[in-house]
Design a protein around this ligand. Structure first.
Ligand SMILES: Nc1nc2c(ncn2[C@@H]2O[C@H](COP(=O)(O)OP(=O)(O)OP(=O)(O)O)[C@@H](O)[C@H]2O)c(=O)[nH]1
Ligand SMILES: [Mg+2]
Length: 450
């Protein structure tokens, strides 16, 4: 901020402005900051969202003029995954810890929500990790590897038509969590006149759907002009390449076709240079700052409110952290008691239900037992009757036998006719003794059943 602005801003703070009569030294404060920052190093995290094969890896390689090892993805993944890779890069004496997060399988699912929800969750998880570090008693934010996403390069397919539903849904669900820079990938496949119309269409669709994309800041006089112009060029139409082609006596990154050469860094061919300037040279710090001051702040506020922390109470009185904690603890305690009572009631209800079921089962068994007993008694009675009949028959037979023996002894001469009769009587005796045996067996079995 220029000195005049700084003075104007602090004019009404009730302080007097004094002039110094000689060198003091605090003028070197910015230098101290620079030194410290250089020593500490910088960290920058880029998220690339784009359909499989939309040119993400090629563009990132072109942007940082190197080759990152990024395997190609398949179109057949059941869900979107995020692949984060961290690299250390050095330019002059500045160390940059760069994390590139690539979406894998984006746009390959039938359900659109399945495509962007893992991305939303990933961004939130990085915020949550930072928040947890901040809330620790022993914090080590200085050495903490900040994985919060500073910028999202959203690759739009060069269809020349309009945005896809998935693009709108994804950007809409991410715009409050991350700085989105929309870019048209593989822009060499779209003609110059079509490109401008396509850009206008995309921007009007984003506006009409209320999608907030990142705007290059215009409040700093030194960069406001260039940033305003660049805001007008969004979305950047980019071309990436891993090949180098000789143009004149220079080797340049380019894509070679039978009809000509597309130079990645030629501003007449695409917006690659604009993107690199804006993303890396001019606004990298603003992107980092916006991530912390806007997106993370929003996440932190919502999470702390969710946990029950408030700055002010119901009567607009300030609430201390201790009070907020106690209030939440009490709330949890009441909730716990309520849940306990609910569970107890449920348990009693379940026991009652089980008891009723058991009683019913017992009643059924009892009824069945009684029915069986009745049947058995009937069978027993029948058998006893049969036994009686058989016993009578036996008695009759014994009587007849005795008579026959008397008659036999009286007969003095035995005739063949008599021996024949004797045989018949023996057979009758055998069958009756068999019946007697059966009757005894039946009597015995009815006794065991009862
Ligand atoms: N025409 C054209 N082709 C490009 C461009 N950038 C990359 N490609 C080609 O597109 C194909 C896929 O490029 P990648 O960079 O691997 O795409 P990706 O999005 O990283 O792919 P995944 O990580 O597998 O999803 C390669 O054959 C590239 O050469 C471009 O700007 N224009
Ligand atoms: Mg890739």
């Amino acid at each position: 901020m220029p000195l005049e602005n700084f003075r104007r801003k602090n004019k009404n703070d009730g302080y007097r402005t004094l002039s110094l009569s000689g060198h003091v030294g605090f003028g070197s404060l910015p230098d101290q900051l620079v030194k410290k920052s250089i020593k500490q190093g910088f960290c920058f995290n880029i998220l690339c969202i784009g359909e499989t094969g939309s040119g993400k890896s090629t563009l990132i390689n072109s942007l940082f003029n190197t080759t990152f090892d990024d395997p190609v993805s398949s179109h057949f993944l059941p869900s979107v995954k995020l692949r984060a890779q961290t690299y250390e890069l050095q330019e002059a004496n500045v160390l940059l810890k760069l994390t590139i997060v690539n979406t894998v399988g984006f746009g390959d699912q039938i359900n659109k929500q399945d495509s962007y929800q893992p991305i939303v969750d990933y961004i939130d998880a990085q915020f949550e990790a930072y928040l947890q570090e901040e809330l620790k008693i022993k914090r080590s934010l200085f050495s903490y590897h900040d994985t919060r996403i500073h910028v999202c390069l959203y690759f739009i397919s060069p269809t020349g038509h309009s945005l896809k539903t998935l693009d709108l849904l994804a950007m809409k669900s991410l715009d409050s969590k991350v700085n989105i820079i929309p870019i048209i990938g593989k822009a060499d496949s779209i003609s110059k006149t079509e490109l401008q119309k396509f850009k206008n269409k995309i921007m009007s669709e984003l506006v009409s759907n209320g999608v907030q994309i990142y705007q290059f800041p215009t409040d700093d006089e030194t960069i406001s002009k260039i940033n305003t112009i660049m805001n007008g060029h969004l979305p950047f139409a980019v071309v990436g390449s891993t090949e180098e082609v000789r143009i004149g006596n220079k080797m340049v990154r380019a894509r070679q076709y039978p009809w000509g050469i597309v130079q990645v860094e030629n501003e007449n061919h695409c917006d690659f240079v604009k993107l690199r300037e804006m993303l890396i040279c001019t606004n990298m710090e603003d992107l980092r700052e916006q991530t912390h001051a806007r997106h993370y702040e929003l996440y932190r506020r919502c999470r702390l409110e969710e946990m029950g922390f408030r700055d002010v109470g119901p009567e607009n009185k300030p609430v201390s952290l201790q009070e907020a904690y106690e209030a939440k603890r009490h709330e949890f305690y009441l909730e716990l008691q309520r849940k306990e009572e609910e569970m107890r009631q449920q348990f009693v209800q379940r026991v009652k239900e089980k008891e009723a079921i058991l009683k019913e089962a017992e009643q059924k068994v009892h009824t069945k037992f009684e029915e069986r007993m009745l049947v058995l008694q009937e069978v027993k009675l029948k058998l006893e009757k049969k036994k009686k009949v058989l016993e009578d028959e036996i008695a009759m037979f014994i009587e007849k036998k005795a008579n026959a023996e008397v008659l036999q002894s009286q007969a003095s001469v035995s005739t063949p006719l008599l021996s024949l009769k004797k045989d018949k009587d023996r057979k009758k005796y055998n069958s009756i003794s068999f019946l007697f045996h059966v009757s005894r067996l039946l009597t015995k079995s009815s006794g065991e059943d009862s």
